[in-house]
Design a protein around this ligand. Sequence first.
Ligand SMILES: Cc1ncc(COP(=O)(O)O)c(C=O)c1O
Length: 370
Amino acid sequence: MQIPSWPVSDNREIEFIQEVLASPQWGGFHEIVRQFEQKFASFHDAAHGVSVMNGTVSLEMALSALGIGPGDEVIVPAISFISSATAVSRVGATPVFVDIEMKSFNLDPIRTALAITPKTKAILVVHFGGVMAQMDRFAELNEAFGIHILEDAAHAHGSEWKKKKAGSLGTFGSFSFQNGKVMTSGEGGIVITQDEALADKMRSYSNQGRRKDGESFYHHYSLGTNLRLSAFQAAVLMAQLERLPSQMELRQKNVGILHQELKDIDANLLEFQRVPEECTAQSHYLLTGWAKNRDQLCRKLTEAGIPNTPFYPHTLYENPIYLDQDQAIVHECPVAEEAVNGAFWLSHRALMGDEATTREIAGKIREAVQ
Ligand SMILES: Cc1ncc(COP(=O)(O)O)c(C=O)c1O
């Protein structure tokens, strides 16, 4: 089966990298890093972007720049990659695990409202697989309780809620450029925000406490560290960002074919992630769904060479770090626990073949779920 490999690159990456190679600055102070931050932020409808080494430290930096720390609670979905929770723990705050919605796999806003306490400082939503969380409901919680809505948009490059891009709706949006993401420089991350003061704080923190109006390179005004993205990574990301819209279009088209080909299958056997109509664009980082014969489906897809994962092996709170230590608050999460046993995803790579390949994938899914 002709499933393309990932990551992809062409001459554009080489051109940008050569520009860096020819300069005397290969580190984070090369102009291309600022150019990339501005391009990415403006593509994502945000005023500011601060790039960093990955999508884990981006969350930690942004949470600490907001002053979130010991004694504070941050609500996180029970289903995500570990960084969504450990970032909260690493700044000294307490992650509060709340269930996901059955159909969308995203944080459930109703259960979230019930988990809010006087200690809740923020709600960290994850746009799972690139499908936007219920941002109108979370905006209502922000208004009613005055707590931050934070977007872990590591899956959602280019996704939109009512035509506004992921990461631009909350207090901040954090992205990852790790190898498997839909835009990658191998490793990398960025935080975008509309808040200039927050952006300045994050920039200073990630650049050893320097200030933009600082006296010299050797004046450090706060306790910072070095999280800078290198010029080579920014060079690759400039090209990756240019390519993102056409790749999203291709994935959208292929997902349309898959849905069309499989639409007659009983929802008890196979059901894809529900996409709210307000989600006007999506990255299609993952094609997620429920399957009655999930393990058989994944085994057969693997045999056919179709990249897939039988979901996370457990909820976030079942990771040893949160079992062994009294460091989290766990609400009942029946849907998350069911997802571990019944859900699966296909990698975005499986959505980037030609039409014949996509129809072949549909055929394999049909065979395996019945
Ligand atoms: C939802 C989510 N948040 C954060 C991260 C962390 O990103 P990174 O691997 O760049 O540290 C990931 C990575 O897979 C992720 O899926």
